[in-house]
Ligand binder design. Structure first.
Ligand code: ADP
Length: 360
């Protein structure tokens, strides 16, 4: 087991800097997910931790030892990739045994570890099979088995579920999480899929353009995004936004956000940093909006109705922005109808439009 510390880590390819000074402390046994859009530097960061990519600057500590210039095999790390990279001509058993054999371990020493890993990963009945006779999920489990028998102090997963179909992805998500709960090893897991991040992580690191936007527990980030990027990245369908200017309401009735079309959304509770005249962006999640409100805050003309079974998504426009409202009731609303909406004050997020930062 190992704690991992990154201090001021950066990466340059020639003149181009792609990772800009990352500071991150990962506790021993923690499951940390790096998430962000494609190209934000997640894989580069992970590959620097693995030793597959040179670190241009900063310090990497693994288990209390400076690891910047250690060779990959000296870092006691196991990595699972998107492509399972199994040897097609070797059986499941031999694929898992490949690493220990290369390291010249005796069969008596690694056999029990392979059997335990196979049992844990439900591969017990498949040890004699070749990879081509396995399903995608089973192949991914073999790749994990290979990682597990190393008994590494740190597991690195790089988009391991991207090649699987949707149903299997959900199943493997649960399996990887269960595996972590059993082994309690330190995990760094890279994905662009925010649902994977939300469901699997102890802590999520949201990255954008080579920088960390926010670090926190999944629901902390969901409930209190620090900026517009995190607010829009986490959640599906994503948070609704309305841009406007903070104005005084008539007769001293507090403040409102005046939108481009002239309509106003009342701001019942206003953060101390929200000033009259400032450009602000209001955010509210689709599931927090109440429809058919007695005392509405806004109205939306419905353009599309999307029933998913458990819930229904209503899509339309508010102040020129596209919005989605999720209801758990079977909705009788038809496209073209106007619905009145209540935006509960406790679920309203306000951001400074220019900096993108949350107003607190
Ligand atoms: P992610 O994993 O988040 O999709 P990557 O870490 O793969 O992102 O890439 C981050 C950035 O670094 C991208 O802009 C990518 O084009 C760039 N990059 C990655 N590898 C190289 C390389 N070998 N040479 C130059 N640029 C690279």
């Amino acid at each position: 087991m190992a704690a991992v510390q990154l201090s001021g880590i950066f990466k340059r390819y020639g003149d181009t800097q792609v990772v800009h000074g990352i500071d991150l402390d990962i506790d021993d046994g923690e499951f940390v997910v790096l998430v962000g859009p494609s190209g934000c530097g997640k894989s580069t960061l992970m590959r620097m931790v693995a030793g597959l990519e040179e670190i241009s600057g900063g310090d990497l500590m693994i288990g209390g030892t400076r690891a910047n210039s250690l060779a990959p095999q000296q870092r006691n790390i196991s990595m699972v990739f998107q492509s399972y990279a199994l040897y097609p001509h070797l059986s499941v058993y031999e694929n898992i045994a490949f690493g220990p054999r290369i390291r010249k371990e005796s069969s008596a020493s690694f056999k029990p570890r392979i059997e335990a890993a196979a049992k844990m990963l439900n591969l017990g009945g498949y040890l004699d099979r070749l990879p081509r006779a396995l399903s995608g999920g089973q192949r991914q489990r073999v790749a994990m088995g290979r990682a597990v028998v190393r008994e590494p102090s740190l597991f690195l997963f790089d988009e391991p579920l991207s090649n699987l179909d949707a149903k299997l992805r959900v199943q493997m998500r649960t399996e990887i999480k269960a595996l972590h709960q059993r082994l309690r090893n330190t995990v760094i897991y890279v994905t662009h899929d925010q649902i994977e991040a939300m469901t699997m992580a102890d802590r999520i690191v949201v990255m954008n353009a080579g920088r960390i936007e926010q670090i926190g527990r999944p629901l902390e980030l969901y409930d209190h995004p620090a900026n517009l990027f995190v607010a829009s990245f986490l959640g599906s369908p994503s948070m609704n936004f309305a841009e406007g200017v903070i104005v005084n309401r008539a007769q001293g009735q507090g403040l409102a956000l005046k939108l481009a079309d002239g309509s106003e959304i009342v701001l019942e509770s206003v953060p101390a940093t929200a000033k009259v005249g400032a450009k602000a962006t209001l955010g509210v999640r689709p599931e927090h909006i109440e429809t058919m409100a007695q005392t509405p805050d806004a109205a939306m003309e419905v353009e599309v109705v999307e029933p998913t079974g458990a819930e229904t998504h209503l899509y339309g426009k508010i102040g020129g922005d596209s919005w989605c409202v999720t209801t758990r009731q079977r909705s009788k609303v038809e496209p073209g109808q106007r619905v009145t909406l209540r935006l509960p004050a406790e679920h309203i997020h306000l951001f400074d439009t220019e900096s993108g930062r949350r107003l607190v």
